[in-house]
Design a protein. Structure first.
Length: 545
């Protein structure tokens, strides 16, 4: 890498540097399209000028609701080139979740498009979340009681929509705006906020993690440079959406090492295998186990198709990691541990780890990141190979939860330690191994899901008296949500009624796969509350075989 690789730079500066050094090198490759560094910068500058024309200033928050595409990258970098903060919005959110994030994050402008993700019409979802949107297209500022700070919603692609600024008006304003300076005075410092990433927690609403430029760029270089040892112009593939830190960190890792990034608008195993084969992928990040399982299960899959592959990141489960190592013996398999609050991974396996360590552990922390394993009740440090809550401190940790000082204080202590809520053990050699979670959380296909969020959605139905949600183990998705519900007297709701009601208000991956009904007075109880361990056992016994 070049001599100044360790200098901390904001995201926009990394794109400028890549475009200056390698303007014709592919940065984004998707089925049927390739976008070079120079082209991504040019598209981003157009968006940046358009945002400036709408009055966006450094430090303002710009929401982005777009699936993987050049429009998404242009929205992210168009925002950062202006010194503003981007807020990626989960494309699977529905009206309740979307309305909360827009208001909670103080979003001033939303950028969206007509690109469909899982057959979702984003303009319709936004109108459902913001029913006061006007019925005509206009560049006039919005005045909405449900999102008082929101001034404009822009269609970056897709023409006119009532209540939206259409792409023609937006880019006409961009063309009239003065060109951006090569090194903008709006460039923030490395510890300035780059983005607000929303993640589910043990509350009814998502929490916005304020992530700095340094946390994103330095963390990505640590993953790539310290552990993967990439060559010039290496090709990186990830299956997930770029609004998720699990994929955003992979893209940014490719950017800061002048590599190329492969992805798709949605995951399809056959398309993914063809994309990786055609582009001779070097580093693969499958996001969660079902992705690599689906690829290896393809009738046309042959290990030699991925002969170019040097590394593959897969954290769990151990039997799958061993299977992947056996079928692709030339690769280095890496485990990892991380979360949105730590800007992605804060530890991975080392380059010299043994096969057994790669299969069984989640790796060692990066340089300048500290970890502790403590007793969750007393906070006292634990010894080697003892299981306790993992605490993390360093440049990777978020600055807090946006607009939520109470939850920030619960997660970040006065000494700067982030309390992950995850249970790990640490070996004498520094290897971390995941054991379980302290929080009432589910992990559904790579997404964190708060049980209380699903419970709240169920209990909005007037026929539901109370609801409890637990995770049921699933071979493909790790866990799926299962609900236990007590109905109001006289209610005759059936399982499909409640599942349909959830589909209308929360993301599809959060919708319970089964609903079991509980009679009054028959809940399993601990001393003071419902015993969820007993419910998990019951869910397993009731699961279809």
């Amino acid at each position: 890498m070049e001599g100044d690789v360790l200098q901390e730079r904001p995201l926009g500066a990394w794109l400028r540097r890549g475009a200056a050094d390698h303007p014709d090198r592919p940065l984004l490759t998707m089925p049927g399209e390739i976008w070079t560094y120079g082209e991504v910068l040019a598209e981003s500058q157009k968006v940046s000028r358009g945002l400036a024309g709408l009055g966006v200033e450094p430090g303002d928050h710009v929401g982005i609701l777009i699936p993987n595409s050049i429009q998404l990258l242009a929205a992210i970098f168009g925002t950062t080139l202006l010194g503003a903060v981007f807020v990626p919005i989960n494309a699977r959110y529905r009206s309740l979740e979307l309305g909360f994030v827009i208001d909670n994050a103080d979003v001033r402008v939303i950028l969206t498009s007509d690109l469909m993700d899982e057959h979702v019409d984003f303009s319709k979802v936004l109108r459902d979340a913001l029913p006061e949107l006007p019925q005509e297209c206009s560049t006039a500022k919005l005045e909405l009681s449900e999102a008082s700070g929101l001034e404009h919603i822009v269609m970056l692609r897709g023409g006119s929509r009532p209540g939206f600024v259409d792409e023609g008006e937006f880019f006409a304003g961009a063309a009239a705006a003065p060109p951006l300076e090569e090194e903008s005075a709006a460039d923030p410092g490395p510890r300035s906020p780059a983005c607000i990433l929303y993640t589910s927690g043990t509350t009814a609403n998502p929490k916005g993690c304020v992530i700095s430029h340094e946390a994103l760029t330095r963390g990505c270089r640590a993953r790539i440079v310290e552990r993967l040892d990439p060559g010039p112009a290496d090709v990186h593939w990830s299956a997930g959406p770029l609004f998720h830190i699990g994929s955003l960190q992979v893209f940014l890792g490719a950017l800061v090492t002048h590599g190329s990034y492969l992805t798709d608008k949605r995951f399809d195993a056959a398309r993914a295998l063809a994309l990786m084969t055609e582009n001779e992928v070097h580093h693969a990040w499958p996001w969660f186990p079902a992705v690599i399982q689906d690829i290896m299960a393809l009738e046309e899959f042959a290990p030699e198709q991925l002969r170019s592959l040097k590394t593959l990141m897969l954290s769990w489960p151990e039997p799958l990691r061993l299977e992947v190592q056996d079928r692709l013996p030339w690769i280095k398999l890496f485990g990892a541990c991380g979360m949105t609050e730590t800007a992605g991974s804060y530890a991975t396996n080392g380059k010299d780890d043994t096969r057994e360590e790669r299969a069984a552990t989640n790796g060692i922390p990066f340089d300048d990141i500290e970890v502790r394993v403590v007793d969750p009740e007393t906070g006292e440090p634990l010894g080697f190979d003892e299981s306790g809550e993992l605490l993390v401190r360093g440049y990777c940790v978020m600055d807090g939860y946006y607009n939520d000082p109470e939850k920030t204080a619960q997660a970040l202590d006065e000494d700067g330690w982030f309390h992950t809520g995850d249970v790990y053990a640490r070996s004498p050699t520094g290897q971390l191994t995941f054991r379980s979670r302290l929080k009432d959380m589910l992990k559904v296909g790579g997404e964190n899901v708060a049980a209380v969020e699903i419970e709240a959605a169920l209990m909005r139905h007037p026929g539901v008296r109370t609801a409890e949600v637990v995770g049921l183990k699933d071979a493909r998705l790790d866990e799926v949500p299962v609900a236990f519900v007590e109905l109001e007297p006289g209610s005759n709701l059936a399982e499909p009624d409640l599942i349909d009601a959830c589909r209308e208000s929360i993301a599809s991956y959060k919708v319970p796969r089964r609903v079991h009904f509980v009679s009054p007075g028959t809940w399993p109880m601990s001393a003071t509350k419902v015993d969820k361990n007993a419910l998990r056992e019951r869910a397993s016994s009731l699961a279809p075989t």
